[in-house]
Write a protein that binds this ligand. Structure first.
Ligand code: HEC
Length: 123
């Protein structure tokens, strides 16, 4: 007689419930744009590259680029992996011209600029 009774209760819903509530409301698009305009990489060389290229579009909501410091917008991009994002900058991506208008940036610079914009923390 085979009695197969595995009485295991799995509690799977707790993480879903936690994600649905709590925390401050997300910032409005206007707040995100206002904050994007104030951000600057802490590293002086990187800041100079940024201000001459990425900043023009990545702080301008009408450019339809993910804004600097807009973690929500960058989350989906980061899911592609950093090397894929660097590749998007190198080759251009829809509204973004190849090289993101930075003609002296190296792939490492692009990676650092992406990390800065995705994170929103001056570094
Ligand atoms: C002329 C405007 C412009 C400039 C300058 C620019 N970008 Fe962009 N960028 C865009 C737009 C628009 C998008 C969104 C394209 C889309 O998703 O259709 C984008 C998207 C991206 C993405 C996401 C790519 C992907 O695969 O999802 C990265 C990474 C990025 N930009 C990095 C940079 C970096 C780094 C610089 C500066 C070196 C830069 N961009 C300069 C307009 C620009």
């Amino acid at each position: 007689m085979a009695v197969d009774q595995s009485a295991r209760s799995l509690v799977l819903c707790a993480p879903l419930l936690l994600a649905a509530c709590g925390g401050p409301p997300p910032p409005s698009p206007a707040e995100i744009a206002a904050r994007a305009a104030t951000l600057r990489p802490a590293d002086a060389r990187l800041a100079e590259l940024y201000e001459r290229s990425c900043k023009a579009c990545h702080t301008e909501p009408r450019a339809n680029a993910p804004l600097a410091g807009d973690r929500g917008a960058w989350k989906a991009r980061l899911a592609k992996g950093r090397s894929a994002l660097v590749q998007s900058v190198l080759t251009g991506f829809n509204g973004m011209p190849a090289g993101g208008q930075c003609f002296t940036c190296t792939p490492r610079d692009f990676e650092a600029l992406i990390a800065f914009m995705a994170d929103g923390a001056g570094r």
